[in-house]
Write a new protein. Sequence first.
Length: 279
Amino acid sequence: MEKTDPTSIEASIQTDFKKDMSYGDYLQLDPLLTSQHRLSGHHDEMLFIIIHQTSELWMKLILHEMRAATQAVANDDLESSFKMLARISKIQHQLIQSWNVLSTLTPAEYLEFRDALGHSSGFQSYQNRQIEFALGFKNEQMLKVYAHDETLYPMMLEDLKTPSIYDETIRAMARHGLPIDESVLERDVTQDWTPNASVEAAWATVYRDVERYWDLYELGEKLLDIGSQQQMWRFNHMSTVERIIGQKPGTGGSSGVSYLRRVLDHRFFPELWSVRTTL
């Protein structure tokens, strides 16, 4: 058998990119990999920057999938939404695991560059806020953080006014003949979701007759996966923050861990949780 040189390049592999688009060109790696600017010069600030930048990229993909899934549900194309929602759950797993990497940052190391952050904070992440809005957790007061940005503020306001995937799910249930209070179907979607007895009863009907309502049942389970993962992300966020800064206030002015613990009390899609007791 003829021996091959493991260091040789196959003749068919493209090596001349003077006129063709390369891998780096397609992914725009030059601007992507040169956007990490340490303000302190401290070694571990690079970890802090990259963890947050990669998280924002994953969030961008979540929003891409969530908006398409929400539209599919609104169009009664529930089956198409399942793949998108399953993908979101997998992305959330990546985000949850990222806290394990950040937790390698010790309090002493973080103090070396914390002052360089000024008042910038993860609380200001507009994509995280958009995800919460898309899942139905609405709070108009949060928009104050973006009032200074003439481009971002109108976009956030539009997201606030857009029905969440849960709004569209409940409307789909009504179109399937399940009785939903009119007040729910015509509610102000800029407000946070309020648990409703007719919605819980509708989910109970779905879960008691899975064969008849298979698509709605599957949609409910996909939403619960996402809601559960979002809570896990919040918990890991809180735990990581406490591990690094203890009970100190956050750089953005929040109470830090105390604020993050209060946020954990909020649940997405509450009737999907309460119906489990009803069944």
